[in-house]
Structure formats: structure tokens, C-alpha cells
Write a protein that binds this ligand. Structure first.
Ligand SMILES: NC(=O)c1ccc[n+]([C@@H]2O[C@H](COP(=O)([O-])OP(=O)(O)OC[C@H]3O[C@@H](n4cnc5c(N)ncnc54)[C@H](OP(=O)(O)O)[C@@H]3O)[C@@H](O)[C@H]2O)c1
Length: 267
């Protein structure tokens, strides 16, 4: 699998899952545009780690809630790289901007979720495709459990936004098939070194124990490296026949049955 010399833009790659994807691609020789919103120091740190792996890149700032800034971000990518092989839409606003239950959420909070996902993806794909040749790869990072359930009430804005994002992935997959560009979504399960670590310690422990107890059959949470590996596979030439799919990368968590305690299911 050779990705050496390719060029990628990964939104939200200053931290968390986006950084995991950036570093795995860099391990395979991909040059990376490291996007951030407010945390320039974290983005520069990701870039330094990209360079330690023998790849190169630059950092680029943009608010994905603002279409003009998305367009400007691609302007910088064009100026620096001249082309693009891989685009990963991963960024998501901080929870405070959207994490409210259905009867309380304001339109502003709803729009923050919504604009950051399908709308940002629509604008970005329109900008990315003219820079891409046959073999281009477009990935969206979703949370498919949240887009088809209703239990985590305060996820209503982002769950709905992710559902729209997954739908758009399928439409773009068909639209871009003839150009040899694939479009897929990756749905991570709960992942370490990400937004999880911003939650109260007690909540983090509850989630870790729940998954170690069996909710994730593999008995642990995922890592940004796990998701980076899946993204790298989907970016390979060998993945050219996979398009329009939502790929669960969650150690089997999405296979479990919510009506039955994990101990009984695992036998
Ligand atoms: N963490 C999980 O367990 C999990 C599970 C399933 C799916 N996901 C999905 O994976 C993706 C990444 O999640 P994460 O937990 O790794 O993220 P995270 O650690 O919270 O990092 C968020 C990233 O998005 C950037 N960002 C924040 N607000 C932004 C804005 N308005 N415009 C542009 N960029 C902005 C941040 O930039 P700065 O560093 O500059 O602030 C940062 O790079 C999300 O789409 C999320 O829904 C996560």
C-alpha cells in the first residue's frame, strides 16, 4: 500500500481523532495540511509530529461554521500543495455550542451542529474535488450510533447533523464515482485522547468500565491510532471499490444488543 507523496487535508487535526488520522497518514508518507480552529499550538505540535515521520505539511486555521473560511482554507491548500488526494471532514465544535436536549436546544445551537457537519461537508467537497484527480479519497467522520438512536438526549443537534452528513456521503459517492473518487464515512466508537478526556473524570471512568465490561466486545475503548489505521486503509488504492459506506470502527460495540446486559450476550 503506497500513499507516499500524496497530499491530505484533515479538518480538526490539531487534536483527538483528526490528529490520529494525520499521524497515521504521515507514517505512510502523506503530506498533511493540519487544520485547527483556536488551538494553534496543538496544530503546530501535530505538524512537528508529521515531520518527525518524514512527511511535510503546514497548518491552516478556519471556523467550519463559516463557509467563507472553508473556501479560504482550500485556497491555502491550493497555494501550498497545488493539488489534493485526500480530504477528511472531522472537525466538530465544542460540546458547549450544541449539547442541549430537544426541548431546550436553541436555533443557534442547532445551527452550530448542523452547519459544522452536512453544510461544512457540502462546501468543502465542492472545493476539494477540483483539486483531486482519479483515485481521490473523501472521508467524513461520523458517530452513527448517535444518528440513529435518541437516548443521549443532548446529542439531538449533533445526532441529526451526523445523519444528514451520512446521507450526503452517499449522494456524493454516486456523484463522484465516475471520476474515480470514493466518499465514505467512518463511525468510531468511544475513543481515548479525544473529547472523552474533556468530560468529568467520573464520567470517563463509567464509560471506560462499561466498554471494558463487554459493551465493546474487544474490551477497551478505541484510540485515535485505531481510527487513523482505518482511514489509511480507506485511502489506499486497494479500497477503490468501497464507496458510499458508513464503516463502523468500534471494536464490535455496534453489534451489541441494547436490551440485554453484555455479560449475558457474551456468554
Ligand atoms: N471522541 C469520540 O469518542 C468520537 C466518537 C465518534 C465520533 N467522533 C467524531 O470524531 C470527530 C473528532 O472528534 P474528537 O473527539 O477527536 O474531537 P476533539 O478532540 O474534541 O477535537 C475537535 C477538533 O475540532 C476542531 N474544532 C473545534 N471547533 C471548531 C470549529 N468551529 N471550526 C473548525 N474546527 C473546530 C478543534 O480545533 P482546536 O484544537 O483548534 O480547538 C479540534 O481540532 C468528530 O466529528 C466527532 O463527532 C468522536
Amino acid at each position: 500500500m503506497s500513499l507516499s507523496g500524496k497530499h491530505a487535508l484533515i479538518t480538526g487535526s490539531s487534536r483527538g481523532i483528526g490528529r490520529g488520522i494525520a499521524l497515521k497518514l504521515a507514517d505512510h508518507g502523506v503530506n498533511v495540511a493540519v487544520h485547527y480552529y483556536q488551538n494553534e499550538a496543538a496544530a503546530l505540535d501535530t505538524l512537528a509530529q508529521v515531520r518527525e515521520r518524514g512527511a511535510d505539511g503546514f497548518v491552516v486555521q478556519a471556523d467550519v461554521l463559516d463557509s467563507k473560511q472553508i473556501t479560504q482554507m482550500f485556497g491555502k491548500v491550493k497555494a501550498e500543495f497545488g493539488k489534493l488526494d485526500i480530504f477528511v471532514s472531522n472537525a466538530r465544535p465544542e460540546a458547549a455550542a450544541f449539547f442541549y436536549p430537544p426541548m431546550d436546544i436553541t436555533l443557534e445551537q442547532w445551527n452550530a451542529a448542523s452547519d459544522s457537519q452536512a453544510k461544512a461537508f457540502l462546501v468543502a467537497v465542492h472545493e476539494a474535488v477540483p483539486l483531486m484527480a482519479k483515485g481521490g479519497r473523501i472521508l467524513a467522520i461520523t458517530y452513527a450510533q448517535g444518528s440513529r438512536t435518541g437516548g443521549v438526549q443532548s446529542w439531538v443537534g449533533m445526532g441529526s447533523a451526523k445523519a444528514a452528513l451520512e446521507s450526503l456521503v452517499r449522494y456524493f459517492a454516486v456523484a463522484l464515482a465516475k471520476r474515480g473518487i470514493t466518499v465514505n464515512a467512518i463511525s468510531p466508537g468511544w475513543t481515548e485522547d479525544s473529547v472523552l478526556n474533556s468530560l468529568p473524570e467520573q464520567v470517563q471512568e463509567l464509560i471506560r468500565n462499561w466498554h471494558a465490561r463487554g459493551w465493546t466486545p474487544m474490551g477497551r475503548l478505541g484510540t485515535p491510532e485505531d481510527i487513523g489505521n482505518v482511514a489509511t486503509l480507506l485511502c489506499s488504492e486497494q479500497a477503490a471499490w468501497i464507496t458510499g459506506q458508513v464503516i463502523y470502527a468500534d471494536g464490535g460495540a455496534s453489534l451489541m444488543n441494547p436490551e440485554v446486559p453484555p455479560e449475558i450476550q457474551l456468554g
